[in-house]
Design a protein around this ligand. Structure first.
Ligand code: PEP
Ligand code: MG
Length: 876
């Protein structure tokens, strides 16, 4: 028969998948002979079975729980529901990965009208017993039955008012007995039945509540943020109660073996005498620092210090422990590898290596790649953030924090930003014109758009905080005000935007600047030594290139050439080119673009100092580039440059309107229609490379990448233009350079005919933004509007535009990699979609055997670390 319940003494630390982190560690501490109140763990498999059985607990599982309960009662020498010596337990959730806030702990389970008397007698303290009972009824009602807490609090307030006292603890035993009666009435009102008087029923209801909590919205959201699969399930830990609130020789507390904020090697923690766990959390009384325990209870302190150091040595990591002292006797309730800030994580990892506790590879595994974000971007001051209440929630598109006055146009944001004012650009969505305003903003907030929308991609590239697709934001018609909830905000009002969580706050929350500590370089050196994947960056400007190189980028994997024209002074020439009717007009516009583009390439080749650069040819979704018909100045200028009337310009704009611009006239389709565009770009790339080679001596091998290819012939067509132009340029310059022509794989047809495409392509780069869009048929810009419903209904666990869909889109990547290398062994493969900076997607790229990942500059360290972790996992 399958085993679903384990006594603590039957488990160990390696059984984390089955027992959850908490259960496995309670078992391990038991095996180490530490003082752990005994109990048992209902496994994660029991939880997954609960769901597959249609949210019921199978009888075999129920039987095993009762069996374990009987043994635990015997060990404790107490009995459930007993009038003399009642057995009480705590019930806690415990998943494989720690998920704070998934479900609250239930304490004192087992109290009934009868057993409360036993507890009073046994402890000789009626006040204590009834206090425990009323707490239990309220907790059980709230956590298990979801009865609003408020109703219980109101009753307590009523009693305190009647007595003229301020604190709960000032109510006497008789008051508490009355409170219990009232609490039970509330329960009955909501549940239509009496508060359960059979502790076994209480226990089973609590176990079910823990299982249910695995699927509550908080847990689902946390899993999505942290890449925790929904099918893991949670375990349930049932543990004998010990009491920290039995007088002044009792207490409870938490402690870390090292400081979780700084990493300093010093026991850090606090405790409260005569208290239960919830009192420490509630913050009504101020806990004392753990060092003080030494004078209050020297023996207990010594024992605790000894256990803490044993645990750290045993787990070879900083431990976060919960403990209770019951009448002078110490009990360990929990230990786990402690959560820590990024700074602390780096320091602890490096210190543990220096102390000879762990290897460098083990150190590399100890820092969450995504955590590095907080080292590279400003963040909100933790204390200030704690006090703030968020007013809106969008997609966490680009990490970091920004606070400032809001402006609704890029011009206003830029103007105020230039005056050193802190500004937040708030838009429905951003367009290329907004680039300057975005650059001068502390953060960008948009009402629409998804994780690969213009605002998200550009903000990430700049390292600017951004929250996009924030549906709570309602613009008025002329976009002069936004309403959030029932409050209206105008330009100049203050908001704070957290791009790491997607939350928006009112007012100006203090920020702290990013700081990279001394351990960073050493730590990243260990990561670099072990990784197999190269890490490149997506950069379109010399500034971003330099930033990325400073962060360790080994080249550019994607230079989006259309992004080089986002600046207002340049976009006009691109518009002119797009709106040209004749080849002559187009060539005139292209002649304006060529020197700008060549100059940029030269500056970027220099910034790269010999590192490679993949230049992606123009791929402007037209809706991002064509001006709106009401942009009068731009239209007048275009009319002048094209030598036609303004009306004709407007007619052309209307004629260029596409129903589906993302699937419209973009990518290589543009070069097929207008070969002179590809010719100009080839000239710019090669001339720049030749000039920089001559000037600086770098041995540049240009990599030219053709986007949005779906068939071999399409690529062959554009490649021919490249080759012919190259021949001309080399003849003119009297010099020949090696160069490579490759393609992006971002259309499903390209992936499944990759063997044919590889006949032409010398390298592939997976454009997984478009590949995701086209494989699902989800618009990149609009998916944010409906994905929420997909998470709620458990169709999706995560945003496929942020985390690669490995089963579908990933399968296409794998097929294309295999087919491509069949035709061309040694074909270089990379990824340049936004997934290139996402840790789980990076791991996938490692497994599939890509050569490199490419991501925005600020994600380069994350990708380096994720690639190293993937390589280390692979060794096991
Ligand atoms: C992609 O599609 O993944 C890609 C990198 O190109 P873009 O985002 O510019 O469409
Ligand atoms: Mg693309």
């Amino acid at each position: 028969m399958a085993k679903y319940v384990y006594l603590f003494k039957e488990g160990n630390a390696n059984m984390r998948e089955l027992l959850g982190g908490k259960g496995a560690n309670l078992a391990e501490m038991t095996n180490l002979g530490m003082p752990v109140p005994q109990g048992f763990t209902v496994t994660t498999e029991a939880c997954t079975r609960y769901y597959t059985d249609g949210k019921v607990i199978g009888q075999d599982i129920v039987d095993q729980i009762y069996e374990a309960l009987a043994i635990t009662e015997e060990v404790a020498g107490k009995k459930f529901g007993d009038e003399e010596n009642p057995f009480l337990v705590s019930v806690r959730s415990g998943a494989r990965a720690s998920m704070p806030g998934m479900m609250d702990t239930i304490l004192n389970l087992g109290l009934t009208d009868i057993s409360v008397k036993g507890l009073a007698r046994k402890t000789n303290n009626e006040h204590f017993a009834y206090d425990a009972y009323r707490r239990f009824i309220a907790m059980f009602s709230d956590v298990v039955m979801e009865i609003p807490k408020k109703e219980f609090e109101e009753v307590l307030d009523e009693f305190k008012e009647k007595k003229g006292v301020k604190f709960d603890r000032d109510l006497d035993a008789e008051d508490l007995k009355q409170v219990v009666i009232r609490f039970k009435e509330i329960y009955k009102k909501h549940q239509g039945e009496e508060f359960p008087q059979d502790p076994k029923v209480q226990l089973m209801e609590a176990v079910k509540a823990v299982f249910r909590s695995w699927d509550n919205p908080r847990a689902i959201y946390y899993r999505r943020m942290n890449d925790i699969p929904g099918d893991w399930g949670t375990a349930v830990n049932v543990q004998s109660m010990v009491f920290g609130n039995m007088g002044e020789t009792s207490g409870t507390g938490v402690a870390f073996t090292r400081n979780p904020s700084t990493g300093e090697k010093k026991l850090y923690g606090e405790y409260l005498l005569n208290a239960q766990g919830e009192d420490v959390v509630a913050g009504i009384r101020t806990p004392q620092p753990i060092s003080q325990l030494e004078s209050q209870m020297p023996d207990v302190y010594k024992q605790f210090v000894d256990i803490a150091s044993k645990l750290e040595n045993h787990y070879r990591d900083m431990q976060d422990m919960e403990y209770t002292i019951e009448e002078g006797k110490l009990f360990m309730l929990q230990t786990r590898n402690g959560k820590r800030t990024a700074q602390a994580a780096l320091k602890i990892a490096v210190d543990l290596v220096d102390e000879g506790m762990i290897t460098e590879n083990e150190a590399v595994m100890k820092v969450e790649p995504k955590q590095l974000d907080s080292l590279l971007h400003p963040n909100f001051d933790a204390a200030a953030l704690k006090k703030a209440a968020s007013i809106a929630q969008g997609l966490a598109a680009s990490p970091g924090a920004g606070a400032g006055a809001i402006y609704f146009t890029a011009e206003a944001a830029a103007e105020h930003g230039k005056n050193k004012e802190k500004v937040i650009l708030v838009r429905k969505e951003t367009t290329p014109e907004d680039i300057e305003g975005m650059d001068f903003s502390q953060a960008i907030l948009t009402a629409f758009g998804g994780m690969t929308s213009h605002a998200a991609v550009v903000a990430r590239g700049m390292g600017r905080a951004a929250v996009v697709g924030c549906g709570d934001l309602k613009f008025n018609e002329d976009e002069t005000a936004v309403t959030i909830g029932d409050k209206v905000y105008h330009e100049g009002d203050f908001l704070s935007v957290d791009g790491s969580t997607g939350k928006v706050y009112e007012g100006q929350i203090a920020t702290v600047e990013a700081s990279i500590s001394g351990e960073f370089a050493r730590f990243m050196g260990w990561a670099d030594a072990v990784r197999k994947l190269n890490v490149r960056t997506n950069a379109d400007t010399p500034r971003d290139t330099k930033q990325a190189v400073a962060f360790g980028a080994e080249g550019i994997g994607l230079c989006r050439t259309e992004h080089m024209f986002f600046e207002a002074s340049r976009i006009a020439a691109v518009r002119e080119m797009i709106l040209s009717d004749t080849k002559e007009q187009r060539e005139k516009a292209l002649a304006k673009i060529l020197p700008m583009q060549q100059g940029d390439f030269e500056a970027m080749y220099k910034a790269l100092e010999g590192r490679p650069m993949t230049v992606r040819y123009l791929d402007p979704p037209l809706h991002e580039f064509v001006p709106h018909v009401d942009m009068k100045d731009e239209i007048a200028e275009l009319a002048k440059n094209l030598g036609i009337s303004e009306e004709s310009v407007i007619n052309k704009i209307n004629a260029l309107h596409e129903s589906n611009p993302m699937m419209g006239h973009r990518g290589c389709r543009l070069a097929v229609t207008y070969p002179e565009i590809a010719a100009m770009q080839t000239r710019a790339v090669l001339q720049a490379a030749i000039n920089v080679k001559k000037e600086c001596g770098y041995d540049i091998i240009p990599e030219i990448m053709i986007p949005l290819v779906g068939s071999r012939k399409e690529l062959a067509f554009v490649k021919k233009i490249v080759d012919e132009t190259a021949k001309q340029v080399f003849a003119e310059q009297g010099i020949t350079l090696e160069y490579h022509v490759g393609t992006m794989i971002e259309i499903p047809r390209a992936a499944i005919t990759a063997d044919e495409i590889a006949e032409e392509a010398e390298f592939f780069s997976f454009g997984t933004n478009d590949l995701t869009q086209m494989t699902f048929g989800f618009s990149r810009d609009d998916a944010g509007k409906f994905l929420g419903a997909y998470y709620d209904n458990k169709i999706f666990e995560s945003d496929p535009f942020a985390r690669l869909d490995q089963d579908g889109v990933g399968k296409l990547v794998k097929i294309a990699a295999e087919l491509g290398r069949k035709t061309r062994p040694g074909l270089k493969l990379g990824i340049c979609g936004e997934h290139g900076g996402d840790p789980s997607s990076v791991e996938f790229c490692h497994k599939v055997g890509l050569n490199y990942v490419s991501c925005s500059p600020f994600r380069v360290p994350i990708a380096r670390l994720a690639a190293a972790q993937a390589a280390i996992k692979d060794m096991k």
